[in-house]
Design a protein around this ligand. Structure first.
Ligand SMILES: [Zn+2]
Length: 215
């Protein structure tokens, strides 16, 4: 790990801090938009780098962006636990860039606080068609009702999966069994466990995250 180690955003573009930040602590509450001017910087990409958010108990609960993390720190909601060897400059100050922050007050996290949405289902399935097991850009994926709606299938976490258009067409109005297709895995609600798995994947690039994630 050199002093100038640079972290790049996932080149496949399958992760944005906003995507996993939705409906999770560290992303809710005041948006802090008024504080953004304080942090105005030309290094916009650095400000979008992922930051691991820990609960007051050091339990990892979320991933957010550097910009958001610094707003939480300025507001006194969170403190930095790990820093990058980089600074960003506002008009008058140099700010160290956090890699891991911790909330100062404990937040209760509901087990299944995730909204059922196309975005979150693609996130859960990691943009992988659950029938042909290939990864696609979001724009080339649709949501498939495993048990078709015409057969009483509901729009739930357990009955919706990411699906490429080709598999979706070949499946048509049939169950996977009828269409000769097999699900890569049984669809489950997006739980905190799933979030942690995602955080592990994202955090693989940043050694500073390891001691909080691999326990
Ligand atoms: Zn497919």
């Amino acid at each position: 790990m050199g002093a100038n180690r640079h972290m790049s955003v996932d080149s496949r573009g399958r992760y944005t801090p906003e995507a996993t930040g939705e409906a999770m602590p560290g992303s809710e509450g005041p948006t802090g938009s008024r504080s953004h001017n304080l942090l105005s910087t030309r290094r916009a990409s650095l400000m979008q780098e992922p930051v691991l958010v820990l609960n007051a108990t050091y339990e990892p609960i979320n991933v957010t962006a550097v910009r958001r993390a610094m707003v939480l720190m300025l507001k006194g909601v969170a403190q930095a636990e790990e820093m990058h060897n980089t600074e960003v400059h506002s008009a008058a100050h140099a700010h160290k860039v956090p890699s891991v922050i911790r909330l100062l007050a404990y937040r209760h996290i509901p087990q299944q606080s995730r909204a059922l949405s196309r975005k979150n289902i693609l996130l859960r399935d990691r943009n992988m068609c659950q029938f042909c097991v290939r990864v696609f850009p979001s724009s080339e994926l649709t949501l498939d009702h495993v048990v078709p709606r015409s057969r009483g299938g509901r729009s739930t976490w357990e009955n919706l999966v990411a699906c490429c258009y080709r598999c979706n067409n070949s499946k048509g109005d049939r169950t996977p069994e009828e269409a000769g297709l097999k699900l890569a895995r049984r669809p489950r609600p997006f739980t905190l466990h799933t979030s942690r798995q995602l955080m592990r994947l994202i955090g693989h690039r940043d050694e500073r995250w390891r001691k909080y994630l691999f326990y």
